[in-house]
Every structure is written in C-alpha cells, then in structure tokens.
Design a binder for this molecule. Structure first.
Ligand SMILES: N[C@@H](CCC(=O)N[C@@H](CS)C(=O)NCC(=O)O)C(=O)O
Length: 218
C-alpha cells in the first residue's frame, strides 16, 4: 500500500499512526494537496491523505482508517456495533467541532496571511462546545473509550494538534487546560512510541512544508 500525503498533516498522521500500530507494510509518498491531473486520479479532491491499494485508491481519513483496520488484527475499531458507533461519534465530534473550526485559522497560523475576522468570532465558541462534548463522551482512563486504545485515540490526538495550534496562536488559549482528564490523556498519548515517531517525522518535515507554503504568501 502507498500512503500519499505529508508528515505535518494531522489527517495523514492519523492514518500513518494506525498503519504503524497495526504493523502493516506501507510506503509513504510525499504529496501536497493539488489539482495535478495524476494526483486527482488518486484523490478526487486533490486533498491528502489518500491510500493506494492493489484494488485502487481510497480517500477520506476515517474511511481509510476503517479500511486499514479491517485488513488484519489487532483491531482499533471496536467489534461491538454500539461501541464502534461511539468510537466514530468521538472522532466525528473532534473533527467537526474542534479540528474544522480551528483549521479556518490555518491561513494565518501556517501561511502568515491576515486574520479572518469572521473565523475569529465564530471558531472559538464552536471549539469550546466541541471540547465540552468530547469531554462528556470520553472516559480518558487511560484511553478515550477506557482500557484499550481505539481509532478514536489516534484520530483525536492529531485533530487536537490543529485545535491547539489555533487555540494558542490565535486566542492565547491552552485548549485542554479546563479539561484535566483530556489533558492527562493527551500527555499519555504523546508518550506512545508511535506518536513520538510520527511527531518527529512531522517536525523533520516542517522546513519543507514552510517552503511549500511560501508560494501562497505572494
Ligand atoms: N475530509 C478530509 C480532509 C483532508 C484534508 O483537509 N487534508 C488537508 C491537509 S491536512 C488538505 O488536503 N488540504 C487541502 C485542501 O483542502 O484542498 C479527510 O478526512 O481526509
């Protein structure tokens, strides 16, 4: 399998973390989002990540994660239908109500473009709601769904990287300070050896990412 994307992308890193946790073989192919004709054949929107399998390509992180998880044990989506739905619910809440509103600030935080005032007004209240919902839904003891690590831990960890970046840089707000259980969970996840490898790869990729973003500053 080939995983297309770049190492500083939270979506890419969620899939990469899962592939590593499952011990599956895969090749990383560096790709920035684009409408290049060849890449759009792999990801119809030109976003990252995309997973190329022997049968064809798959896009959308949660869908890729479910596919990857179905390939072999150990499994990170619960087998019980209700528990699986709860796992997906946690992932969706983190994406829709924390990651996506935070992402509206990426032009400012990553490219250095002027602040979007509408995003400034709208994002934080939504992120606060999302965090409260996440805290309500999660046990964080020690993992979001209890004793064992699930796909929710992996996905949410990287979604919160984007959330925290916007919180700190735009609002001077430490995202998890009011949520000690989530804060302890986040620290626990950070210490995971796979998280450490993915984080190190992300750090190593920053210079290249900055050079890529420089073209959008003009
Ligand atoms: N819904 C997509 C979102 C992926 C996404 O937004 N990736 C970012 C990089 S972290 C991207 O490709 N952005 C470029 C764009 O939106 O055109 C998924 O779950 O994979």
């Amino acid at each position: 399998m080939k995983l297309y994307g770049f190492s500083a992308s939270n979506y890419y890193n969620a899939v990469k973390h899962l592939l590593l946790a499952k011990g599956l073989e895969f090749e990383e192919v560096k790709e920035y989002p684009s409408q290049n004709a060849d890449y759009v054949k792999i990801h119809p929107l030109g976003k990252v990540p995309a997973l190329l399998t022997e049968q064809g390509a798959i896009s959308e992180t949660d869908i890729i994660m479910e596919y990857v998880d179905s390939l072999a044990a150990p499994h990170f989506f619960p087998s019980d239908p209700f528990e699986k739905a709860k796992c997906r619910e946690i992932m969706k809440v983190a994406e829709l109500y924390i990651e996506l509103p935070a992402r509206r600030h990426n032009n400012e935080t990553l490219i250095g473009k002027p602040r979007c005032d509408v995003a400034y007004q709208e994002s934080r209240p939504l992120m606060e709601k999302g965090l409260k919902a996440l805290d309500t839904l999660c046990q964080s003891a020690p993992y979001l769904m209890g004793d064992t690590m699930t796909a929710a831990d992996i996905f949410v960890r990287y979604a919160l990287v984007v959330g925290n970046m916007a919180a700190v840089r735009i609002y001077d707000w430490k995202l998890l300070d009011d949520y000690p259980a989530l804060k302890a969970w986040n620290q626990h996840m950070r210490e995971d050896p796979i998280s450490q490898k993915v984080d190190q790869d992300a750090q190593d990729a920053m210079a290249d990412l900055k050079a890529y973003f420089a073209q959008f500053k003009k």
